[in-house]
Design a protein around this ligand. Structure first.
Ligand SMILES: [Zn+2]
Length: 228
């Protein structure tokens, strides 16, 4: 190389290094930003179980679809269904506290009764599965003083989980699987992060029936499935 070209060669190398560095940063930054910004996530949540038929039917579908969900347990309903509760844990789903009794007048009678109800439920889950639950969902969605009660539960170590979409299995009396599908689509519409409220107690056979279609819908829409 002639001497007069050396400064140009040097400049060329500097520009190349700069471009490589800059484009690598740009390349790394853009997809990460786009991903975080447009990520669609759905959390399937099931309250009021376990029940023998419905919970197991829900677990069958989730297993076939390789999806993890979150189950908020009523511990007074675990007697005789210990194996179903263990199956939820064994198959990798998340377990949360819903209530011991699910009787609102008892639960919401005082701060102490609210905390005791949660603790009693957590104790049963822990003794049957070995898992110490730290998720909580208010029975009936909470009562008058929800913000204060939420704080109490958070101070007791729980993460309180609400919802922003419903399959309608409590809202629509004797709902069919079609109605549950429609309610899911309607209430989840336009939301990038969906927490779908479903129930797996004994009277919710239609929920298990609707589940494959509900899952297919979220898949088609590009959602990832997550458990809390
Ligand atoms: Zn409930």
């Amino acid at each position: 190389m002639q001497k007069k070209y050396i400064p140009f060669a040097f400049l060329f190398v500097v520009i190349l290094v700069f471009l490589a560095h800059f484009s690598a940063r740009l390349g790394a930054a853009v997809p990460a930003f786009t991903f975080a910004d447009s990520e669609k996530v759905v959390y399937l949540t099931f309250d009021d179980g376990p029940s023998t038929k419905v919970t197991n039917a829900v677990l069958d579908v989730l297993g076939q679809e390789k999806i993890k969900a979150t189950f908020f347990i009523v511990s007074d309903r675990t007697a005789g269904r210990e194996e179903t509760l263990r199956r939820i844990a064994r198959e990798g789903h998340s377990l949360g506290v819903h209530s011991k009794s699910h009787e609102y007048h008892k639960i919401y009678a005082s701060d102490e009764s609210l905390l005791k109800d949660a603790r009693d439920c957590a104790d049963v889950i822990e003794s049957l599965t070995g898992i110490t639950p730290n998720l909580y969902r208010f029975p009936g969605g909470g009562c008058g003083n929800r913000d204060r009660e939420k704080k109490l539960l958070e101070q007791a170590g729980y993460r309180v989980i609400g919802w922003n979409a419903v399959c309608g299995d409590e809202e629509i009396p004797h709902a069919t699987a079609d109605q549950l599908y429609d309610s899911t689509v309607k209430t989840a519409k336009g939301k990038n992060s969906v927490v779908l409220l479903c129930h797996d107690s004994a009277n919710h056979k239609a929920t298990a029936e609707a589940l494959p279609r509900i899952i297919a819908y979220f898949r088609e829409q590009g959602y990832l499935f997550k458990a809390f």
